[in-house]
Design a protein around this ligand. Structure first.
Ligand SMILES: C[S@@+](CC[C@H](N)C(=O)[O-])C[C@H]1O[C@@H](n2cnc3c(N)ncnc32)[C@H](O)[C@@H]1O
Length: 199
């Protein structure tokens, strides 16, 4: 419930926008395939998890956050929605998962705010499987969310050279580790066909 407090109302509106609009739009624009092993880093109170579950239909769903209080909320949320998700307290710079555990890692801006963001990118690359994909917010999205923050902030991609640019759609972008997966190759082929002149 939003309650009458204006701050709570604002937060409620932001959460509705994040869950119901942002997640679906992002998945659609970036062409995220179904049935993957998905990890959300910095999942917080789990606002996005039910929407990610609905939109991405993951084979495995996991979330990590450093804040134990938020994780309690996230666990209650997924339980209430009947979603199977592994929710673990962890630092995104040192995650308790073996190499190559996920096909898709999603970050709604956390990597811009932690110290040593290069460690985040290296760790994301490590937990991604060969041809796995990292989805993250662009600096444009960050400028909209934090208009007063430093606009020159950039992520040190040189620290994770295996993450190669794949798509960029104004607010979100994706980087793929190594080769494109079959599914994503089909997407790329569709794009080429779409732009080819009709015969
Ligand atoms: C902008 S909030 C995201 C909130 C989330 N989308 C939600 O639904 O509540 C950023 C999140 O990143 C988490 N965070 C910050 N530093 C972190 C770190 N080093 N490792 C993991 N999570 C971190 C915070 O606790 C917070 O929940």
């Amino acid at each position: 419930m939003a309650g009458s407090n204006p701050q709570r109302l604002l937060l409620h509106c932001r959460n509705v926008l994040h869950g119901q609009l942002e997640v679906g739009l992002m998945a659609r624009l970036l062409g995220i395939p179904d049935g993957q092993r998905v990890l959300q880093v910095g999942c917080g109170s789990g606002i996005a998890l039910p929407h990610l579950s609905k939109v991405c239909k993951p084979r495995v769903m996991a979330g990590i956050d450093i804040d134990p209080t938020l994780l309690v909320e996230a666990k209650a949320r997924v339980r209430e929605k009947g979603i199977g998700a592994y929710l673990v307290r962890a630092d995104v710079r040192e995650m308790p998962f073996p190499d190559g555990s996920f096909d898709l890692v999603i970050d709604f801006g956390v990597c811009y705010h932690v110290k040593r963001p290069g460690d985040v990118l290296r760790e994301v690359a490590r937990v991604l499987d060969t041809s796995g994909t990292f989805v993250y917010e662009t600096p444009v999205a960050q400028s909209l969310a934090h208009p007063m923050a430093d606009r020159t902030r950039r992520l040190p991609w040189e620290d994770a050279p295996s993450l190669k640019t794949r798509r960029r759609q104004l607010l979100w972008a994706s980087r793929t580790k190594g080769e494109f997966s079959r599914q994503w190759m089909f997407d790329a082929a569709d794009e080429r066909f779409a732009s080819a002149p009709p015969i």
